[in-house]
Design a protein around this ligand. Structure first.
Ligand SMILES: Cc1cc2nc3c(=O)[nH]c(=O)nc-3n(C[C@H](O)[C@H](O)[C@H](O)COP(=O)(O)O)c2cc1C
Length: 369
């Protein structure tokens, strides 16, 4: 109740101020700490207590990983961190679309840079008893002459602090960044990521985060490249530059990446398409885009995801959301008689059917709100 009240108060603030307040609150480890059912899953050799994670973009400077994990997430992905500090785009640069359950942002990688993030993570390591998986998501500076080099540098500087590393090549707010998704560039990018890991002197699973606006041919080429290069995970997806006709909110015309409810189906289709190319033996799939409850998380798992990430629903609904998603997912797995996440993964590899199945199950279980 109190957390719902706090979330309501946060909505009286402009979105970026509310975001800053939320990070400051979690840095002090203030927030609900729900007791949750364990739904463990192992991905890329890492043990996750549950498959629900906080997507990148919330904790851009690696300030509040443990506060976010306490909310019930099995993992948090920090960043995007760029090698050098940069201010990002002029404000305002993030907008709530409440009628659509959506957010539009054009932050443009506002980052205090990799040295500040490393400092924050050093302080964290000195703290006591850490649980939960922490990933670090890295990107290129806007003015970089050689963006691929930026990934090498940021991975080299930060990998040792993280359980896994994500190369983010899908933000729509850094000009040219998404061109790194083309096959020739992707090969160089992955090589740079590996060189960064070598420079850091540590082995870490390498994930690549992709856009939802890719053509089917691009998706196939990316999957083939990820297979041959031995990438550990693909995150599907980042925000979209598309604007569905269904949008109703005043801010629908703002430029930037759209996330939240209107991205759910689109990102789940991209995920299912990837699973179709990769099957069970390729890189793990991490589903992100529009997840706001247990059945949506379950739909992504049925469509091929081993892990699920969310961000917009947390911003719109408040800190009790992750616990609710984990509890609902647990109920749905039970209702379907599925042993565990691994057994559910990819069981309905068609996005529309996976969504229908999960939604009907939630309705029968009285979970659909
Ligand atoms: C305000 C905001 C900032 C974001 N910043 C980043 C970022 O820095 N790096 C990144 O990889 N993704 C970023 N994202 C994308 C999210 O990680 C996620 O992939 C996307 O929003 C879809 O999930 P959602 O619908 O649950 O929000 C951002 C999203 C939002 C809403």
């Amino acid at each position: 109740m109190i957390w719902r009240f706090a979330a309501g108060l946060a909505h009286c603030l402009p979105p970026e101020a509310a975001h800053r307040a939320a990070v400051a609150t979690l840095r002090r480890k203030i927030g609900p700490k729900p007791a949750l059912p364990s739904r463990p899953v192992t991905v890329a050799g890492l043990h996750f207590d549950n498959p629900i994670g906080l997507a990148a973009g919330f904790d851009k400077n690696a300030e509040c990983a443990d506060g976010a994990l306490r909310l019930g997430f099995g993992h948090v992905e920090l960043g995007t961190v760029t090698p050098l500090p940069q201010p990002g785009n002029p404000r305002p640069r993030v907008f709530r679309l409440p009628e659509d359950g959506a957010v539009i942002n054009r932050y443009g990688f506002n980052s205090r840079g990799m040295d500040v993030a490393a400092g924050n993570l050093t302080a964290r390591q000195r703290g006591q008893h850490q649980t939960g998986i922490v990933g670090i998501n890295v990107g290129a500076n806007k003015t970089s002459e050689e963006p691929t080099d930026d990934y090498r540098k940021a991975v080299g500087r930060l990998a040792s602090y993280a359980d896994y590393v994500t190369l983010n090549i899908s933000s729509p707010n850094t000009p040219g960044l998404r061109d790194l998704q083309t096959d020739a560039n992707l090969q160089n990018l992955i090589a740079a990521g590996r060189e960064g890991l070598e420079a850091a002197g540590c082995e870490r699973p390498l994930f690549v985060k992709l856009a939802p606006d890719l053509e089917p041919g691009d998706i196939e080429a990316i999957c083939a490249r990820a297979m041959t290069e031995g990438i550990d995970g693909l995150i599907a997806t980042n925000t979209t530059i598309s604007r569905p006709d269904s949008l109703r909110s005043a801010h629908q015309g703002e430029s930037g990446g759209l996330s939240g409810a209107p991205l759910f189906e689109k990102s789940t289709r991209v995920l299912a398409m990837m699973y179709g190319h990769l099957g069970d033996n390729g890189p793990a799939l991490i589903g992100a885009g529009g997840v706001a409850n247990g059945w949506q998380a379950y739909a992504k798992i049925l469509a091929g995801a081993s892990l699920v990430q969310l961000y917009s629903a947390l911003a719109l609904q408040g800190p009790e959301l992750p616990g609710r998603v984990v509890r609902e997912l647990d109920l749905l797995l039970g209702a379907d008689g599925v042993m565990d996440i691994a057994a559910a993964r990819g069981q309905i590899p068609d996005a529309d059917r996976a969504i229908q199945h999960a939604l009907h199950l939630a309705q029968s279980a009285g979970l659909q709100d």
